[in-house]
Design a protein around this ligand. Structure first.
Ligand code: GAR
Length: 196
């Protein structure tokens, strides 16, 4: 197939969405290859999977830099070394600077556990339950300077059932995330969905 898009995945923790992206990219027909993983936390569980899969992985921690700008500059340098076309945020719980978002505009995508624009930020499952929603879900969107904002690439609606608590709901939505994110990356990497 034509040139595969070169992708970096950013994680902060478990990395289950990262695993699904890596698995999808192992298919010869998939238009993206995962070139590297960046974590802001050395203890992120997902780094173990990256190691097992022999994917280049690096910790770029804000603790090692004087400020956000310098941290993000180090990230950008690494991305340029890897010749990255697309950045996938997969449970990356750190806000990127405005300069970074500008520099990579249209190339950063994120998965969020809610039907955006509803429930930006944290604790989305509990907040949806507290609000008495009957459905909830997940979204993949392009990243802009505003948190959990930017054009939507795709969403999956997931029902909320009687007796659900935040843990049960999180598990049901995570399953949907694992289908949505590989699909969304495929759309962006193949050029079927673009940022304007
Ligand atoms: C996922 O549910 C993802 O949607 C969420 O963090 C979890 C990471 O799980 N992301 C956000 O809340 C970003 N605002 P994972 O590390 O197993 O992929």
């Amino acid at each position: 197939m034509a040139h595969k898009k070169r992708v970096a995945i950013f994680i902060s923790g478990r990395g289950s969405n990262m695993e699904q992206l890596v698995k999808a990219s192992e298919n010869n027909d998939y238009p993206a290859q995962i070139v590297g993983i960046i974590s802001d936390k050395s203890e992120a569980k997902g780094l173990k999977f990256a190691k097992e899969k022999n994917i280049e992985h690096i910790v770029i921690s804000p603790k090692d830099f004087p400020n956000k700008q310098e941290t993000d500059r180090a990230i950008s340098e690494q991305l340029k070394k890897w010749k990255i076309d697309i950045i996938c945020l997969a449970g990356y719980m750190r806000l990127l600077s405005d300069d970074f978002c500008d520099q990579w505009q249209g190339k950063i995508i994120n998965i969020h556990p809610s039907l955006l624009p509803k429930y930006k930020g944290l604790n989305t499952h509990q907040r949806a339950l507290d609000a008495g929603e009957i459905e909830h879900g997940c979204t993949v969107h392009f990243v802009t300077k505003e948190m959990d904002d930017g054009p939507i690439i795709g969403q999956v609606i997931v029902p909320i059932m009687a007796g659900d608590d935040a843990d049960i709901l999180e598990k049901r939505i995570l399953k949907a995330e694992h289908k949505l994110y590989p699909w969304a990356l495929e759309q962006v990497a193949s050029g079927k969905i673009r940022f304007y």
